[in-house]
Write a protein that binds this ligand. Structure first.
Ligand SMILES: [Zn+2]
Length: 384
């Protein structure tokens, strides 16, 4: 049975241990030590990484009462090696995980909601509660959690005896009866958990509840803690500062300023569409009546404007009236007629000008990869 140093002290970064066995597998080398501070993963927390001698530890897992380490290179059985945990990673994980315990403890004691799902990586944790909370309530939880961190409440981990355990009210995802490790955040939470945590809440640094959404009758929220919360704050600060500079408004006012810009944009789009309609109507008015088929070319007309123009233009045209916008090699078109057979016209357009597109009834639309001259010659030659 591996002696588990991480249970006794969550802050052991370096230690010396003897390799009991080293076996090559397809994942790397499986190393058994007489004792270890490498946490093998569990309780939502990833296994530790680090080094044993010169060998990099890429993962670890529990096998019965033993901890198996996976290394990239082999180690000598019977030899003592200096071992080191990748402390930066481990500490970030302990910050987020311990922050989660404080938050879950507060939610549980205030509303009785359980943490029914927990996933974490090195940057954030996702927590699912089996009850719904509002943003306002979550803000309250966040404030209480940061007060607990500021008060620097102690974290303790113990294996209470069966009697003590029976009388203890604690959070747990499983029905456990023996060897239950209880992690206590003093005054805030008792929770069955196997992972290493901070010793004092102050180490968490701070917690921030980010996004939250309804999830399976409860809510799912994302939290960050410590340096990861700081990195997130920094990134968001830079975004807000940039928007504030672009719009020349104070930072707390960027959301309403963006809202204003979007409203102005919508009003301009509305005004633009009104002016385009006016322009198209004027162009249609100016069109002389014509017996045959004809095409007009318009700069920067969108499909709506082309369609509107064709609607008016076909009334004054005996054959097919087409409006096109674009440039040589890439035109968009709308074409229509009150009398001509638009199916036959579409076929001719496809055959002679490799046009794409189609439509129903009196109007068709699509694209033509031809030059203006080729299109004009086509219209001069047809007899629709
Ligand atoms: Zn935990």
């Amino acid at each position: 049975m591996t002696e588990k140093l991480y249970y006794a002290d969550s802050h052991i970064k370096e230690f010396t241990a003897t390799v009991l066995s080293c076996e090559k597998t397809d994942r790397g080398y499986e190393i058994l030590l007489d004792k270890t501070a490498f946490f093998p993963g569990g309780g939502g927390q990833e296994p530790d990484e680090g080094t044993i001698g010169d060998a990099r530890v890429i993962s670890a897992f529990e096998h019965g009462d033993d901890v198996i380490h996976i290394t990239e290179t082999s180690l000598e059985a019977g030899t003592r090696y200096p071992c080191a945990i990748d402390w930066e990673k481990r500490f970030a994980r302990m910050q987020i995980h311990s922050g989660e315990h404080i938050i879950s403890g507060i939610v549980y004691s205030r509303w009785g909601f359980n943490n029914v799902g927990f996933h974490m990586n090195d940057e954030f944790a996702i927590i699912d509660f089996d009850g719904e909370l509002t943003r306002q309530e979550l803000d309250w939880v966040e404030t209480q959690a940061n007060i607990a961190i500021g008060r620097n409440i102690p974290f303790k981990a113990e294996f209470p005896d069966a009697q003590t355990l029976k009388n203890l009210h604690y959070r747990s995802k499983l029905e456990l009866t023996e060897n239950v490790r209880i992690v206590t955040a003093e005054g805030y939470d008792h929770c069955a958990c196997c992972a290493p945590h901070v010793k004092l809440a102050g180490e968490v640094g701070g917690v921030k509840i980010l996004d939250f959404m309804r999830h399976r009758g409860g809510i799912r929220l994302e939290i960050r803690a410590g340096l990861s919360a700081l990195a997130d704050y920094r990134q968001k600060y830079e975004s807000v500062a940039a928007i504030s500079a672009l719009l020349s408004v104070k930072q707390p006012e960027v959301a309403s300023a963006v809202e204003k810009v979007l409203a102005e944009k919508a009003a301009l789009a509305f005004e633009n569409s009104r002016l385009v309609k006016q322009l198209v109507a004027a162009k249609a008015d100016a069109l002389p009546a014509f017996d045959g088929s004809r095409a007009v070319f318009e700069k920067d007309f969108d499909s709506d404007a082309l369609r509107f123009l064709v609607n008016e233009g076909m009334k004054k045209t005996g054959g097919v009236f087409a409006a096109l916008s674009g440039e040589d090699g890439s035109y968009r078109f709308v074409a229509g007629s009150e009398k001509a057979d638009m199916n036959a016209f579409a076929n001719a357009l496809r055959q002679k000008l490799s046009a794409r597109g189609g439509g129903k009834g009196h109007m068709i639309q699509g694209s033509i990869a031809a030059t203006r001259q080729e299109i004009e010659e086509f219209f001069a030659a047809i007899s629709f």
